[in-house]
Design a binder for this molecule. Structure first.
Ligand code: FE
Length: 197
């Protein structure tokens, strides 16, 4: 069995002009694809080749002998989750149970966006910003490199990739502009709502 690059939930040019087809062709077609193929090379012939990405991530997290396997498995998972965290014509406001949980955990959607944007903008170097659920409460967490909050028992609801490869062609060094566009035009609150436990 080998891992495959999942299809995008929309076409490469669907998020234009917020994320260009050129960015997508590199980010999905080169970076995401490379994580999948490097993972396949790394686990070939080992019992890990028969596991799911989630199982590999949980089994290899924190194991310094398996850092490369963890990083490629987590980056493969994280990117698939990131594509689903966005949609053409996204943005707007969460509704229903998600909205209620956001109000309970942050006070308001505006407060969530503020904290998320601040954490995404100040994350030093490459990493991810996540909306997660733990014990029924929502939180914003930053992870460095490929790390994923799942390995700490937190349930991802939504993520934003803040590696430079996610925005550099379109926004150069202006990461805060990319974060604002994510909330104004791209975020898929329905996906986050589906991920609630
Ligand atoms: Fe990325």
């Amino acid at each position: 069995m080998s891992f495959e690059l999942p299809e995008l939930p929309w076409s490469e040019d669907a998020l234009h002009p917020h994320i260009s087809a050129k960015t997508m062709s590199f980010h999905y077609g080169k970076h995401h694809a490379a994580y999948v193929s490097k993972l396949n090379d790394a686990v070939k012939g080992s019992p890990l080749a028969e596991r799911t990405l989630e199982q590999i991530m949980k089994e290899t997290a924190g194991d310094t002998a398996k850092t490369g396997i963890f990083n490629n498995a987590a980056q493969a998972w994280n990117h698939t989750f990131f594509w689903k965290s966005m949609k053409p014509g996204g943005g707007g406001e969460p509704t229903g149970e998600l909205k209620d949980k956001i109000a309970q955990s942050f006070g308001s959607v505006e407060k969530l966006k503020e904290e998320f944007a601040n954490k995404a903008a100040t994350l030093f170097g490459s990493g991810w910003t996540w909306l997660i659920e733990k014990d029924g409460k929502l939180e914003i967490v930053q992870t460095i490199g490929a790390a994923n909050p799942m390995t700490e028992g937190k349930k991802p609801l939504l993520t934003l990739d803040v590696w430079e490869h996610a925005y550099y062609l379109d926004y150069q060094n202006r990461r805060p502009d990319f974060i604002k566009v994510f909330f104004d035009h791209l975020v898929n609150w329905d996906f986050a709502a589906q991920n609630l436990s």
